[in-house]
Design a protein around this ligand. Structure first.
Ligand code: NDP
Length: 445
């Protein structure tokens, strides 16, 4: 495999798609040995086929705000690869959404879903709609308009979207309502549904819980646990709150969370009532980080900065892509961090990852660490097909087992001769081999 030639060709074909090209390069760098070991992958054009999505739909999403003003956003669905199961991946509503970001997320999703061991292909979707500051009625009208186009492409055996940034239970509900009205079907076409209409227990907190279960396994490789560890988390969304809750339960102390405008440092630890306080603000679409520092004495709001400048043992970036750069990584390492686990998708830049690898600290990528979210979505799909609901304990146990297995797969494919575990390589290789073999079996389609 000629990596540089493949990348040069892709850059020509998809100029300016920075995040997509970054994600592809990372995977291709990891699988160079695999391509030598399995010559059939080259012969069957697996790389050329896997880097391009099966199809991309873009559509207009017109909607009317509470003042009667008409707005038009762009909607997307990227159906990347369905070699091992129906397309599966979240929907993101954020003003930064563009095709490059959705292609990077969809591409990553292929390998993440493969790692879960559940039969799910990769996809992603979203819109440049900004839900911040919008009323419930506006969000509902937007979601309905979005689904008026999307419903044609999706189905419980075809493509099963879920939430992501800006899309939680409320938005899934509004989209599901419109899908049901258009198709007359009450089926498991979206995951992250409400508990009384097909959702799974644990799904809202699954990504954060799973991330912490995975990190627990990483710490165990060095004979460590979360007990007494100082943990810094970025964001305070779906992923971050689950992670903060579980870290606290396991005896760790979360000393910071963040938002786009800065971070809050609470040396006493963010737990119990403090977490509940933030959840209430989140549910009503309000700012969290600044009010937290006013509400709880001892906490400080640090405007315009990222939390990576704090001294901590474990860092969990849980907000968005490329939010932790080389300088942040250097500061973390200088301050003694020994474990970085990506709760978000691709939050660390390639230069930051290089710093972590060089310092030989524990570092694991989002596609392994945050796979608990989609794994529990897979469990929701199973419950929908079986037409029954598993208990909280059953789902949590299955999630925990899946995360342990993903960790073992990363160790199997990522352990170097000197004993250091390259989780990036481990996750990419483990995820890739299964999908590539399925593509070989199914012919050139
Ligand atoms: P949410 O929208 O619930 O939360 C995102 C958090 O990050 C919010 O606190 C948000 O602040 C903050 N944030 C968003 N953009 C930025 C930015 N540019 N700079 C700094 N902070 C920012 O999203 P999720 O928790 O669902 O997703 C977070 C990450 O985890 C994403 O990378 C997503 O792809 C990934 N992920 C999510 C899964 C899920 O189950 N939800 C599953 C697997 C991965 P504010 O609200 O103030 O904008």
């Amino acid at each position: 495999m000629n990596l540089e030639k493949i990348m040069t060709d892709l850059e020509k074909k998809h100029p300016g798609e920075v995040e997509y090209l970054q994600a592809v390069r990372e995977v291709l760098e990891s699988i160079q040995d695999v391509m030598k070991e399995y010559p059939q992958f080259e012969a069957k054009g697996i790389i050329e086929r896997i880097v391009e999505p099966d199809r991309v739909l873009t559509f207009k999403v017109p909607w009317v705000d509470d003042n009667g003003k008409v707005h038009v956003n762009i909607g997307y669905r990227v159906q990347y690869n369905n070699a091992i199961g129906p397309y599966k991946g979240g929907i993101r509503f954020h003003p930064s959404v563009n095709l490059s970001i959705l292609k990077f997320l969809g591409f990553e999703q292929i390998f993440k879903n493969s790692l879960t061991s559940l039969p799910m292909g990769g996809g992603k979707g979203g819109s440049d709609f900004d839900p911040k500051g919008r009323s419930d009625a506006e969000i509902m009208r937007f979601c309905q308009s979005f689904m008026l186009e999307l419903w044609r492409l999706i189905g419980p055996e075809t493509d099963v979207p879920a939430g992501d940034i800006g899309v939680g239970g409320k938005e899934i509900g509004y989209m599901y309502g419109m899908y049901k009205k258009l198709t007359l079907e009450h089926v498991g076409v979206l995951t992250g549904k409400g508990l009384n209409w097909g959702g799974s227990l644990i799904r809202p907190e699954a990504t954060g819980f799973g991330a912490v279960y995975f990190t627990q396994e990483m710490l165990a490789t060095r004979g460590e646990t979360f007990k007494g560890k100082k943990v810094v988390v970025s964001g305070f969304g779906n992923v971050a709150w689950g992670a903060v809750s579980k870290v606290t339960e396991l005896g760790g102390k979360v000393i910071a969370i963040s938002g786009p405008d800065g971070y809050v440092h609470d040396p006493d630890g963010i737990s119990g009532e403090k977490i509940k306080y933030m959840q209430v603000l989140r549910a009503s679409n309000q700012d969290i980080v600044k009010p937290y520092a006013t509400e709880f004495p001892g906490a400080t709001f640090v405007a315009g900065k990222r939390p990576w400048e704090l001294k901590c043992d474990v860092a969990m970036p849980c907000a968005t892509q490329n939010e932790l750069n080389k300088a942040d990584a250097e500061a973390l390492v200088a301050n003694g961090v020994f474990c970085v686990a990506e709760g978000a998708n691709m939050p660390c830049t390639p230069e930051a990852i290089e710093i972590f690898h060089r310092a030989k600290i524990l570092f694991a990528p989002g596609k392994a660490v945050n796979a608990g979210g989609v794994a529990t979505s897979g469990l929701e799909m199973s419950q929908n097909s079986l037409k029954l609901n598993w208990s909280r304990e059953e789902v949590d146990e299955k999630l925990h087992t899946i995360m342990r297995n993903i960790h073992s797969a990363c160790v199997k494919y990522g352990k170097r001769e000197d004993g250091y575990i390259d989780y990036v390589k481990g996750a990419n290789v483990a995820g890739f081999i299964k999908v590539a073999n399925a593509m070989v079996d199914q012919g050139v389609v």
